[in-house]
Design a protein. Structure first.
Length: 83
């Protein structure tokens, strides 16, 4: 039901975000670096307590892939993600 309700606005969510100008780009860059800092910190913590089996790079890759998939499926390119 939710997908059917949001379907008419799916394309405009992406185009409006691309045409948002400086305000949209600065918000996206701010969130990118904010989430990157948390990802590095959690990745370092996970590396320490997993015995080196998984670390910062693996954590950032999984967060990046899951974030892109979630943004595409949700139809909201600037979805705020936090680890």
């Amino acid at each position: 039901a939710d997908v059917r309700r949001r379907l008419p606005w799916y394309a405009s969510d992406w185009t409006d975000g691309a045409r948002g100008g400086v305000k949209t780009r600065t918000a996206a860059l701010y969130m990118f670096f904010f989430c990157l800092g948390q990802g590095i910190a959690f990745g370092a913590y996970f590396d320490q307590y997993s015995g080196g089996k998984s670390g910062v790079v693996e954590y950032l890759i999984t967060q990046g892939v899951s974030g892109v998939i979630f943004a595409i499926i949700s139809g909201q390119p600037l979805v705020i993600l936090k680890p």
